[in-house]
Each structure stands twice: as C-alpha cells, then as structure tokens.
Design a protein around this ligand. Structure first.
Ligand code: PLP
Length: 460
C-alpha cells in the first residue's frame, strides 16, 4: 500500500486496520486455481507427506494431523478421549466461544482459570486449587501471538495425571516452535486472519500414537470438504483482501469512515467461519485444494516476515506512553499476532484515535472471556489429602482479570505493513490521546476529549 500518505504531512489519516490478511493476491489466485485443478489420490498423499515433514522438526516428533480447522481436531480429540460425563476441563479464561462450546458438547464442564494481563500466563496458584477428582484436562491458549510458559502447566498436569491441550491457534511462528512435545495435543490454525493463512486449515500434533491413530481413523470417516466449499471462501476473501491491502481501496474505506460510514463490522462478519451449525460444519476432512495451499504457503514460510512484524511492533511499543497498557508485554515470547491495549474507556479511546485519523477496533477477534459454568454449583470433590481445604468461593473462581481485558481491549492497527514513520506518528497520536483523556478526567466530558483531538489534528 504505497503512495497513500505522504511523509511529514502533519497528521494524515492512516489507512491501516487492526487485522490483516497475511497473504498476497498471487496466493489467493493460486488457491482459487487449486479449486479447479484435478487432484489425484497420490497428489493428496503428497501434500499430506509434505505437511508431515514440515511439522516434524527434531524438537517435536509427535505425529501430525492436518485438518479443516483447530475445532475439527479438538472435537476429534475429545471424541477419542471420551472423558466421563461431567468431567472438568480447566481452560484459560479467554478463548473463542466455540472452544468452550465443544467442551460442553462432549458433556464436560468448563472451569475457567484467570490469567495475568502482562504475561498472559494462567494463574497457577488458582489453577492448582481448581483441580478436583473430576478434572481430566487443562486447555491453555497462547493468545495474540504471545507464547506462555508451559513448564508449570505441564508440571501440574503430570502431578495429577491430567491431559494437556495446547491451543496454539494464534501463535504460529514457523517450524522451530510447533508446541511443546509433552502436551497431549497442540493445535495450530490457518484461518483467514492468522499468520501464514491458507484461508482455512489447521494442524494438530498428538503425543500418544494410539490416540493419534484413532483420531486419524475417525477423521477418515468424515466427508471431504468439496473444492467448491473452499472456493466459496476464496471468492469471499478476494474482495476483502483488496479492501484491506490493495491501493486505492484502503484509502476509499478510510474516506468513507471519515464521512461517517464504517464498514468494519460488516467486513469482520465476513471473516467469521462456520457462523451456524458449528459441529456439523467442522466434521469434514480438508479438500485437496486446501491441503495443497497449506503445503505451499507453509513451505514458503519466511521467518524474516515474522521478524519484521515483531520489530515493527516492538518499535511502536517503545514509542508508546507508559500510561497506555499493552497486553502481554511480559510474556516469555511475543510474536505480536495482534496489538491489543487495555484502556479505561475503550469506545472513547477509539473515538479520539479516529478523530486523529487512526483506525483502532474492538471487535477484531472472536475472543471472549469464559464465564464459569454454573458458578454456584460446586466443583467436583477435592483431591485426596485436600479435603480440609476451604472450597473456593464463586468469587475466587471468577476470571475477573480476563473479563477486564475483554471488556476494555482495543486492537491497534499495527503490523508489518505499516511504515516506520507511520508507526511513530501513531505512537504520537496515542500520546496526545492519552493526554487529552487525562485532561478530561476531572472536569471534562467525553465529547470534549474528542473535540480536543479533532482540534489538535486540524492545527497540525
Ligand atoms: C485461541 C483460538 N482457539 C481456537 C481457534 C479456532 O481455530 P479454527 O478457526 O482453526 O477452528 C481460534 C481461531 O480463531 C483461536 O483464536
């Protein structure tokens, strides 16, 4: 996207959005072409072999299952594990709703555990206390491209003989980290807004060979996604890709935003996969076209691309005012899939940024916090030796920090495509917005803050 804004021109509006489609026209066209190509069984076996090879680095030899999406693999895993009804699954308390729906679909109980906003690690002290005689598994999600510390989770799981489900849907970073080999299953997503997207697709790595083979056998009974189903998605994504990334469309969208027409919610609703009948829609094998795209895109993975994303995000971060809280800055590893910040009044913050030409957004993901299921219904019986401990109250179990994060999160339009001088400009805008919000805290109104931002912009 070049030529849309000139350097050094005061504070021009920035035609960048909080989510990107990490792809190119030629990849989209390649995907469309694959839908019309004839793929023999031996071609299909070749794509699967290629994916197996890519996903089996020496650091993690666990077998690989390429599939339609993460939800397909998670559902398969739960089918095969067949945990007793009413068993408890401890989940880090932010995820997409479908992941907890899947747990519930298998008649299991979701037990959310709160997380730290700085590290995005689960609260391990709380997690330890949430383990009961009915706990069977722990599901941890690495959110926003931040990779959390798995050691304490794995140690706790080992101590109580629990299954570990590592949800890496948001943290694909190439093949040097393909999840912890000690996790029972690790899940990676290649949906439309993920890094290295193949416009769908997922990869699971399963530790136990027997479980893997059973999953594979069940998977083979699923109907195969038709090429036309995949093509329908591609045809939907081509205009979206253009709107987000191909000049002059982002500038046109930005102009319409200035005139009060904001298409973001409409665009984002287009990005959602399987809006209804989730279970029915995920029980498919991927089409050969999708497998061929996954194999091609993933074979072309370039770590330098990820490095650019990280460097730009770190650069932006280093220019931000300390008063602006960025999520996950203290996590062990950060691939900056998105750039979430937490503010006191998210709508006002967004309105002030918009007044200064920056398009931040609240609804960039489907992530939500997980409410405890039946908060007043006690968890399973305590573990032997812990009977004397006072049971956790619903208050103690409630994931307040996750609720706070989700209700106040704003996604900044920061990614590898934004030039450095615009990152600087956006950081300056953030400083001004924070100051103007500070200014109204005592005596001013929200409108005054927005008007102040508009005035500052017009005088630059
Ligand atoms: C944290 C997390 N888990 C699971 C999923 C589901 O991935 P998929 O769309 O591949 O089923 C997503 C995707 O949005 C996600 O962000």
């Amino acid at each position: 996207m070049q030529g849309v804004t000139k350097k050094g021109k005061g504070f021009p509006n920035l035609p960048y959005s909080a989510v990107i489609i990490d792809s190119t026209y030629s990849r989209l066209l390649f995907a469309a072409r694959q839908c019309f190509s004839y793929h023999t069984e031996s071609n299909r076996a070749g794509y699967l072999r290629q994916l197996q090879q890519l996903w089996t680095p020496t650091s993690n030899p666990n077998p690989v299952l390429p599939c339609l999406c993460v939800r397909t693999a998670f559902d398969l895993f739960l089918q095969i594990k067949n945990f007793p009804e009413g068993s408890e699954v401890i989940m880090t308390a932010i995820n997409i709703r479908d992941m907890s729906l899947l747990v519930q679909h298998h008649k299991l109980r979701v037990v959310p555990v709160d997380m730290d906003i700085d590290t995005l690690d689960p609260d391990m002290a709380l997690m330890e206390r949430l383990v009961t005689q009915r706990t069977v598994a722990i599901l941890v999600a690495h959110l926003y491209g931040r990779v959390i510390n798995m050691e304490p989770v794995l140690a706790l799981a080992q101590k109580h003989n629990l299954v570990v489900i590592e949800d890496c849907a948001e943290c694909f970073s190439g093949f040097s980290h393909v999840g912890d080999p000690r996790s029972d299953i690790t899940l990676f997503s290649f949906g439309i807004i993920k890094f290295s997207t193949s416009f769908g697709g997922g990869v699971a790595k399963v530790r136990d060979k027997k479980v893997y083979e059973k999953m594979l056998a069940r998977h083979k009974q699923y109907p195969v996604q038709s090429c036309s189903m995949y093509l329908k998605k591609i045809l939907k994504y081509i205009p979206l890709y253009s709107i987000l990334h191909v000049w002059p469309f982002p500038t046109m969208v930005q102009k319409s935003r200035e005139m009060g027409v904001d298409w973001k919610d409409t665009f984002v609703s287009f990005l959602r996969g399987f809006p209804s009948n989730m279970i029915q829609n995920i029980r498919y094998q991927p089409s050969s076209a999708l497998l061929s795209v996954m194999a091609r895109v993933q074979a072309d993975f370039d770590p330098a691309d990820l490095a650019v994303q990280r460097i730009k995000c770190e650069y932006f971060l280093s220019n931000l005012p300390p008063s602006l809280k960025v999520v996950g800055t203290k996590s062990q590893v950060n691939h900056f899939w998105l750039f979430p910040v937490v503010v006191e009044k998210p709508d006002l913050f967004i309105a002030c940024l918009a007044a200064m030409g920056v398009d931040a957004y609240r609804g960039a993901t489907q992530l939500n916090y997980i409410e405890p299921d039946g908060p007043n219904v006690p968890l399973g019986p305590p573990l032997p030796g812990q009977e004397s401990l006072q049971p956790l109250t619903p208050e103690e179990r409630y994931p307040y920090r996750c609720r706070e994060l989700i209700s106040r999160v704003v996604y900044m339009p920061v990614n590898k495509y934004v030039p450095f001088y615009m990152l600087e400009q956006m950081a300056r805008v953030c400083r001004i917005v924070m100051l103007s919000l500070d200014g109204i805290r005592l005596h001013g109104s929200d409108t005054m803050a927005i008007e102040t931002c508009k005035t500052i912009k017009s005088r630059l």
